[in-house]
Design a protein around this ligand. Structure first.
Ligand code: ZN
Length: 589
């Protein structure tokens, strides 16, 4: 270990997936006005070449709204296939190589002497030099999942050199290149479209809907929001009514907006959103760069309830009390609109893309007792203050929850209900609503019933949210209590996972001559606790088995040095509560 640092990270760093769908939608185009984007000039415009040798068509833009994070790069379409050449965009050296079953999949980081690092994700393979370097570590640590940091100039890269092939590895749903530019020192993600990359875009962002919120005491968002479709009238978009009347002193606004480039129908993210109240800029959201430490504040930036209930993405144009995202260069009064003077106020919203196309929305608001109301705060079991550590215990101590400081973006009118048992292992606990955002994980301790002591290590907490059912990884078993943590509200109950994963070969390899095969493939699945470890052996020696989590596939590519003759292959797969399945067969080659 002389010339390199190394570390192995077991997944879960950033869970992200990409949607590359074709969605038909109405659009509004008219003459192009150019936005004044002055500060982008700080990035070099002709230093980096394109990472691909094809015209760039984007399936995703920088800062785009994704599940629990802002998209940290651009997604470049690769003509629907894997295997396109990926070029080093400038001279530099390989600073990090990763391989993982989800997230970025196979990913490469190149650090350049000008202070930037470029990142290439979802690759199918690396160049020979990089691939062999990675494999050495995989065999040394007997792990497919590797995250290696390299010392400068261990592997040098020339501008235009082929460094990898494009692919669909990790949490990618269609072949594409995830391309990032980072500030090497701060590791902040920067918008690659501000580095002179050419992507044709003459289309204006789509502004679809405006939502209005009533803001109560301590900026609590009242339960009802009112939504209005944007309609293009002349050069700007208007709402169905010119003047919206509300029975509220303080309101907030959100905008459902997205952008499309010329060559694809993907709904991509916008660059900036602005709001002016009576011609004064009170809110600006800008996606020039962001910090990975802040990316989860996406859940504070968007209308989380709309996202969970209706899969809609509204950008809130007001700042929740504990939203610490640094992507709001201009904010006055947190973007909250004060209507207490009962006068009519002009609201102007603007959505822009990096190419400088602008869409605008214009309407008026006023407080009026005959106007729309926003409902009342709900009844609650206990108030949870966003800035304090707090604990909740139910009447019979069958659930204990510890909430950390700064765990929420706003105070929570917390509701709890105990429901009849779903199974014989304990009660069902309805812990608030999945449509309330949680910033930091809370600790859960749930009492089990009727589990024989021997089976206690196989117990898991099952979480049921609007997104589906999943088992939380058990952190500890203390007496009858199963302990875990969650970052989402939902319904929780205990279940037992005593069933090992299943392993199914895609072909009957047993006793066969596999000379014509380049690889072995197996479908692996596990109910409840999920796949944890997977190890392959040939003649009792560890061999590399790649895990493609989204397709539940394990793949072994035969090594060149495998001697001709008869061999034994063994696969061991275990779940998170240590149920293990072993699958063995012999083959010749
Ligand atoms: Zn991406």
């Amino acid at each position: 270990m002389k010339n390199y640092n190394y570390l192995i990270i077991y997944s879960l760093f950033i869970l992200f997936s990409t949607t590359i769908g074709i969605q038909a939608h109405h659009n509004c185009f008219f003459s192009t006005e150019k936005a004044l984007i002055s500060d982008v000039d700080t990035f070099p415009k002709d230093y980096f070449r394109s990472p691909l040798g094809i015209p760039l068509v984007l399936a995703g833009t920088f800062g785009e709204l994704r599940s629990n994070h802002f998209h940290s790069g651009i997604d470049i379409k690769t003509q629907g296939k894997s295997g396109l050449n990926i070029y080093g965009v400038a001279d530099g050296w390989v600073s990090r190589i990763r391989s993982s079953p989800g997230g970025y999949g196979k990913a490469l980081y190149i650090t350049h002497p000008n202070g930037y690092t470029t990142v290439y994700g979802h690759l199918s393979e690396f160049s020979d030099t990089i691939g062999e370097y990675l494999k050495k570590f995989q065999y040394e640590y007997e792990s497919f999942e590797i995250d290696i940091e390299l010392e400068p100039n261990t592997i040098k890269i020339k501008k235009g050199e082929i460094v990898a092939k494009s692919g669909n590895s990790g949490g990618s749903s269609a072949p594409h290149l995830h391309y990032e530019i980072r500030d090497t020192k701060t590791e902040h993600a920067l918008n690659p479209l501000l580095f002179g990359i050419k992507v044709k875009d003459t289309r204006k962002p789509v502004v679809e809907e405006v939502a209005i919120y009533g803001l109560g005491e301590k900026e609590y968002i009242m339960s009802t929001r009112h939504k209005y479709k944007c309609q293009l009238k002349g050069k700007v978009h208007k709402l169905a009514e010119d003047t919206l009347k509300f029975n509220a002193k303080n309101i907030g606004v959100s905008l459902k907006t997205y952008d499309r480039q010329d060559a694809a129908s993907n709904k991509n993210g916008v660059y900036t959103i602005e709001m002016k109240v009576d011609s004064v800029l009170t809110y600006e959201f800008k996606m020039k760069s962001f910090s990975f430490f802040e990316t989860r504040y996406l859940n504070a930036h968007v209308d989380y309830k709309e996202r969970i209930n209706n899969k809609s993405w509204y950008n809130k144009c007001f700042i929740e009390p504990a939203n610490k995202l640094n992507n709001y260069p201009n904010i006055k009064g947190k973007g909250i609109i004060d209507l207490s003077d009962k006068q009519t106020h002009l609201i102007e919203l603007k959505s822009t893309d990096v190419a400088g196309n602008i869409s605008e929305v214009k309407f008026w608001v006023k407080q009026d007792n005959t106007g729309k109301s926003f409902g009342n705060p709900p009844n609650c079991t206990q108030m949870l203050y966003h800035d304090l550590p707090q604990e909740f215990t139910n009447d019979d101590n069958s659930i204990i929850i510890k909430f950390p400081e700064n765990g929420f973006y706003n105070d929570v009118f917390f509701q709890y209900e105990k429901q009849p048992n779903k199974n014989k292992y304990g009660a069902t606990h309805v812990v608030h609503e999945p449509n309330t955002a949680v910033h930091k994980a809370f600790k859960l301790s749930i009492k089990s019933e009727n589990i024989p002591e021997l089976l206690l290590p196989k117990a898991v907490i099952v979480q049921d949210t609007k997104k589906g059912v999943k088992a939380l990884v058990t952190k500890e078993v203390v007496g009858q209590y199963i302990k875990s943590a969650s970052r989402e509200f939902g319904t929780f109950y205990i279940d037992v996972d005593s069933i090992a994963p299943t392993i199914k070969p895609l072909y009957d390899y047993n006793n066969k001559n596999l000379k014509k095969y380049g690889r072995l493939r197996f479908k692996i699945e596990d109910e409840l606790s999920g796949i944890n470890t997977y190890k392959g052996y040939i003649d009792n020696k560890w061999v590399l088995v790649e895990y493609d989590a989204k397709n539940n596939l394990l793949i072994h590519y035969f090594e060149k040095d495998l001697k001709a003759g008869k061999h034994e292959f063994e696969l061991k797969v275990s779940d998170h509560v240590n149920n293990e399945k072993i699958y063995k067969f012999t083959f010749t080659r």
